[in-house]
Design a protein around this ligand. Structure first.
Ligand SMILES: [Zn+2]
Length: 211
């Protein structure tokens, strides 16, 4: 896949093939119509046709960005530690992808390339555990809140590196930092706790009691 650089234009014949590949890739990834239109300059009608051809469905509707920065960073009912780790992995893929060319990449292209790298990287984990992955629309929303890792000063999500395991993960700047500890360390602590509960002495102690 030829990288589309930031100065490229969909109307330029030299870029028409890479832009078509980008549109196809975004359709196959399940991106919302508005997202595809924004990054490929295709009219809605063409995006709908591509969806019919490649997926046999209409494109998903709705606003491109849903939820809030908090959803990607603060553990709670809808935000598991596992989801926060997925966010960290995807952002690392996006950042790494930005370094493959000397000139800045077009954001849509970088999003798709990073998303495909993220899927490949998490494939085994996804196949062997119930780990839920981000879809491309969530990945786009995450990037939006993270300022596409470019305009970091104003971004609602900022990267934070864990002093213990060195993993960088996003934190929501307008939410209490105390609630946003490292998700990798949180999962490790939970595993240790479960292992402790499963040890023979603990099992005995936790055996069901008669009523
Ligand atoms: Zn950690």
């Amino acid at each position: 896949m030829t990288p589309i650089t930031d100065g490229a234009s969909a109307g330029d014949p030299r870029w028409s093939v890479p832009y078509l590949r980008l549109a196809e890739g975004l359709v196959l990834a399940g991106a919302k119509a508005k997202l595809i239109e924004r990054f490929t300059e295709l009219p809605h009608r063409r995006v709908s046709v591509l969806y019919q051809v490649f997926r046999g469905t209409a494109p998903p509707a709705g606003p491109i960005v849903q939820g809030s920065a908090r959803h990607f960073a603060v553990p709670g009912k809808h935000t598991s530690e596992s989801l926060r780790i997925q966010c960290a992995i995807f952002l690392a893929c996006y950042e790494r992808m930005g370094k493959i060319a000397e000139t800045p990449l077009q954001r849509g292209w970088q999003l798709l390339a990073a998303f495909n790298a993220y899927l490949a990287l998490t494939d085994k984990l996804h196949a062997t555990t119930s780990a839920k992955r981000l879809d491309i629309n969530q990945a786009y929303a995450l990037l939006t809140y993270a300022g596409f890792l470019a305009v970091r000063a104003e971004a609602e999500l900022q990267p934070q590196r864990c002093p213990d395991c060195r993993v960088a993960y996003p934190v929501a700047v307008h939410e209490p930092r105390g609630k946003q500890n490292c998700p990798v360390c949180a999962i490790n602590a939970n595993c240790l706790r479960l292992a402790g509960q499963a040890s023979p002495s603990t099992r005995e102690a936790r055996a069901p009691r008669g009523k």
